[in-house]
Ligand binder design. Structure first.
Ligand code: HEC
Ligand code: HEC
Length: 350
């Protein structure tokens, strides 16, 4: 028998499939709330993405010498082999210090309207300057980063190639722009995107049921757009404040940015792509299990208790957001020279 032609009986069965009509309706609703990941690298504000800039940004992302100790690279806490995060409750950085919050994934972070759990950085270029200088992360200074880069001729050549119109391209701004360009390539099309784009069979029946519950329960009021989140701020505990075992009292979220009383315990609705890869959950990283995180959300944000099968279905839907991670070839970094600043365990004063 020739395998290439599909027997007519099967074609008829597919056309008559009872789920086909339902999918159309559900898809229309879903397409009002969500946007598929684009097929190509998105354009950035004020930062043209070129192959040279992407390659430079990738080298910087993986280079531990961008930290004062020479130990921590962006990839230490945003490990591209483990979902773009570190899978720790809160991150460990310079001098083995434990930071205050869980590390979010860098995958698809280009689609977030603002960066960080509290949205305090407007875009990825502004964001990239933060961890380098944070005492509990890379504990470095812009001057020391530039001195480190200038000491390696290969880096200087790469900056010249990435910023061809500039006389002295090795700057902290350009460091951040190159990293932003690399991060813009870290996008992960998932089965959910294939389904939004019209492929009925990209989701299982259980995942479709989960999507329906997600929409009906009201999760998409806050988790919508390309990243199913990352684009709005809400009190964690809108209806019912979780206990300190999940929401520690000392981290008041956006209040620390705006100093407005109504922003106490307000956080950005988390982006949910690749959520099955990025336990533990919440800014505190205190919940290890996705079922529990979904139940906490239902009670704290919506005041509902989900039935066990509803929780299971939502979790099944959330796994359809696990995307195809771009293949990463580990970069070979420029060798140090005698003028490269030496690593230090001390925090370099600003
Ligand atoms: C020691 C661990 C650590 C290192 C090193 C680190 N980060 Fe992070 N990163 C974090 C944590 C923790 C957060 C969340 C902080 C917050 O919201 O207050 C974060 C947030 C981010 C975000 C925001 C994502 C989102 O969804 O809002 C991006 C993007 C990011 N980091 C990129 C980088 C880049 C680029 C570097 C290297 C220059 C880097 N990080 C180095 C731990 C780290
Ligand atoms: C009123 C807005 C709102 C609603 C409704 C809402 N969420 Fe959230 N969601 C948030 C906020 C804000 C956070 C970040 C909480 C924090 O600070 O850790 C979050 C975080 C999450 C997380 C953890 C993400 C991570 O990276 O750790 C998951 C999972 C989640 N939501 C799923 C859901 C589900 C499923 C529903 C529906 C049952 C839902 N959410 C309803 C606002 C909302």
């Amino acid at each position: 028998m020739r395998l290439r032609s599909v027997p007519p009986a099967i074609c008829v069965a597919l056309l008559a499939s009872p789920t086909l009509g339902q999918d159309t309706e559900l898809r229309e609703w879903a397409n009002e709330m969500f946007t598929p990941v684009p097929a190509t690298v998105p354009a950035l504000n004020d930062n043209i993405v070129t192959p040279e800039k992407i390659d430079l940004g990738k080298a910087l992302f993986f280079d531990p010498r961008m930290s004062a100790s020479g130990v921590f690279s962006c990839n230490s806490c945003h490990n591209l082999a483990t979902g773009g995060d570190d899978n720790m409750p809160t991150s460990i950085g310079h001098g083995w210090q434990m930071g205050p919050r869980n590390s979010p994934t860098v995958l698809n972070s280009v689609f977030n309207e603002a960066q960080f759990w509290d949205g305090r950085a407007a875009d990825l270029a502004e964001q990239a300057k933060g961890p380098v200088q944070a005492g509990v992360e890379m504990a470095n200074t812009p001057d020391n980063v530039i001195a480190t880069l200038m000491s390696m001729p290969q880096y200087v050549e790469w900056f010249v190639a990435a910023f061809p119109d500039e006389d002295s391209p090795v700057t902290f701004d350009n460091f951040a722009k190159a990293i932003e360009a690399y991060e813009a390539t870290l996008i992960t099309p998932a089965p959910f995107d294939a389904w939004l784009n019209g492929d009925d069979r990209a989701l299982t029946d259980e995942q479709k049921r989960g999507l329906e519950v997600f929409l009906e329960a009201g999760c998409a009021t806050c988790h919508n757009g390309v990243n199913l989140g990352g684009n709005g701020y809400y009190p964690f505990g809108l209806v019912e404040r979780p206990g300190a075992d999940i929401l520690p009292e000392d981290d008041k979220g956006r209040y620390q940015v705006t100093e407005t009383a109504s922003d106490e315990y307000v956080f950005r609705a988390s982006p949910l792509r690749n959520i099955a890869l990025t336990a533990p959950y919440f800014h505190s990283g205190l919940v290890w299990d996705l079922d529990t995180a979904v139940e906490v959300m239902a009670s704290s944000q919506l005041g509902t208790d989900l039935a066990a099968q509803e929780t299971t279905a939502i979790v099944a839907f959330l796994t359809s957001l696990t995307g195809e991670i771009p293949e990463v070839v580990y970069p070979i970094l420029p060798p140090e020279t005698s003028s490269t600043p030496r690593p230090t365990g001390e925090v370099i004063p600003n």
